[in-house]
Write a protein that binds this ligand. Structure first.
Ligand SMILES: Nc1ncnc2c1ncn2[C@@H]1O[C@H](COP(=O)(O)OP(=O)(O)OP(=O)(O)O)[C@@H](O)[C@H]1O
Length: 354
C-alpha cells in the first residue's frame, strides 16, 4: 500500500492540565473524504487545528506527504482551513476574496483573476466574481469560502463545521454539493461535524471520536452496520442496548443470558464474559410478525410520526431499564399504551465487548 497522505502518529494534547487528545493515530488517504464525528468536547476541532498548524500537539507527530509537519506554521504547510463563519472580507469583491491567498503568495493580477474565476466556476458561482459577500446567500458565501481555500491547491482541505451556520434544508443541499466538488477536485477533505447524518452522507472514511480518543473508524456503512464500540453504536445512529453474560460458547455460537431471556448468536466470547448487544431500530419487530429471537413484551411509550416512518419507544415489561427504540412503517397502527411482543433476527444483533 502507498504511504498515507496524512499520518497522525500517537498525538496527545493537553490544554493546561486538561487532556483533550489521548494518543490519537490516524492515516488519511489521498483523494479521500474523511469526517471527524463526535460530540461537543470530544477533541475534533483540536485535532483539526493540529493538522492545520494552529495548535502544536503536546506529544506525537503529524506527517503530510511523508514530511514531518508537526512544528511547521499554518502558512507553510500544504493545508488550508475553511472555518464555520467563512471569514470573508466584507469590503472585497468575491473575486478579490478568492484570489487573496494567491496575492499573499505574490501571484500576478491576471493569473490571480483567472484562477479565481476557475475556482468560482468549480463551486458553481462563475457569475459572482464582481459581487460583494453581502449580496450572496449563506450557502453561496460558504461556496466562496470553499473556492478561496481550493484556489491555492492545498494537498489537504480542512473544514471545521463548514455547514453549521446553514439551516437544515440548505445544509442537506450543500452536503451534496460538497461531496460533488470534492470528487471533482480530488483533494483530500477532512471535515469536522457532530451531525451523524452529515457523516453518513459525506464520508468515505468516518472517524468516531469520544473523549479525546478514536472509538471507531472506517467506511460509514461498516461503522453503522458493525460499530466497534458501544459509543459508536449509539452515536452513529441509534441502537437498543441489551446487557448480557455469556452462559455458554460452543462451535462459534454464544448463548447469552439477558433480562429478556437467553439469546444465541454467532460469537466466540468465553462463558462469564459480559457483553452488550446492540440492535438497530429498523431491525426490531414490534407485534406479531416475529423475528427468530424473542425479546419479550414491551409497553409502548412514545410514537413519533417522522414522515416516511414512525419512531417508537417501548419499555420492556421484564426490565424497566430496557428501552426499545424501533422504526415502524408510517402505516403502522401502534399507539402509546399498547403492549406488544418485540423480536428481531439473530443475524441483525451486533455483539459489542462490554
Ligand atoms: N484553546 C483552548 N484552551 C483551553 N481549552 C480548550 C481550548 N480549546 C479547546 N479546549 C477544550 O478542549 C476540549 C476539546 O475541545 P474541541 O473544541 O477540540 O472539541 P470538539 O469535539 O471540537 O467540540 P465542539 O464540537 O464543541 O467544537 C474541550 O473541553 C474544550 O473546552
Amino acid at each position: 500500500m502507498s504511504a498515507p497522505l496524512v499520518d497522525i502518529r500517537s498525538v496527545s494534547h493537553r490544554f493546561g492540565q486538561l487532556p483533550v487528545l489521548k494518543n490519537v493515530s490516524l492515516a488519511i488517504e489521498p483523494g479521500s473524504y474523511t469526517i471527524l464525528l463526535g460530540p461537543s468536547g470530544s477533541g475534533k476541532t483540536t485535532l483539526l487545528s493540529i493538522l492545520g498548524g494552529f495548535v502544536n500537539p503536546s506529544e506525537g507527530k503529524v506527517f503530510i506527504r511523508g514530511q514531518d509537519c508537526t512544528a511547521v506554521p499554518p502558512a507553510k504547510r500544504p493545508t488550508t482551513t475553511v472555518f464555520q463563519d467563512y471569514a470573508l472580507f466584507p469590503h472585497m469583491s468575491v473575486g478579490g476574496n478568492v484570489g487573496f491567498g494567491l496575492r499573499m503568495q505574490g501571484v500576478d493580477g491576471a493569473t490571480r483573476a483567472a484562477k479565481a474565476r476557475d475556482a468560482l466556476a468549480l463551486v458553481g458561482l462563475a457569475t459572482a466574481f464582481d459581487k460583494k459577500p453581502h449580496q450572496l446567500s449563506g450557502g453561496q458565501r460558504q461556496r466562496v469560502a470553499l473556492a478561496r481555500a481550493l484556489v491555492i491547491e492545498p494537498a489537504v482541505l480542512l473544514l471545521d463545521e463548514p455547514l453549521g451556520a446553514l439551516d437544515l434544508k440548505l445544509r442537506r443541499q450543500m452536503q451534496d454539493e460538497l461531496k460533488a466538488i470534492q470528487k471533482r477536485v480530488g483533494t483530500a477533505f477532512i471535515h469536522v461535524t457532530h451531525d451523524q447524518e452529515e457523516a453518513m452522507a459525506l464520508a468515505d472514511h468516518c472517524v468516531v471520536m469520544n473523549d479525546g480518543r478514536i472509538e471507531d473508524e472506517g467506511p460509514p456503512e461498516r461503522v453503522y452496520a458493525r460499530p466497534a464500540t458501544r459509543f459508536s453504536a449509539t452515536f452513529m445512529g441509534e441502537s437498543t442496548l441489551l446487557a448480557g453474560t455469556v452462559a455458554e460458547a460452543r462451535n462459534g455460537i454464544v448463548t447469552a443470558s439477558t433480562a429478556v431471556g437467553s439469546i444465541s448468536l454467532p460469537g466466540a466470547s468465553p462463558a462469564g464474559t459480559t457483553l452488550a448487544l446492540a440492535i438497530r431500530p429498523e431491525h426490531l419487530v414490534l407485534g406479531d410478525a416475529k423475528g427468530d429471537v424473542a425479546l419479550g413484551m414491551a409497553k409502548v411509550g412514545d410514537v413519533v410520526f417522522q414522515g416516511s416512518f414512525k419512531r417508537v419507544l417501548a419499555i420492556s415489561m421484564q426490565d424497566p431499564a430496557l428501552q426499545f427504540i424501533a422504526k415502524a412503517p408510517a402505516s403502522a397502527t401502534v399507539q402509546a399504551g399498547d403492549t406488544v411482543p418485540v423480536s428481531c433476527n439473530a443475524q441483525d444483533i451486533i455483539l459489542l465487548a462490554d
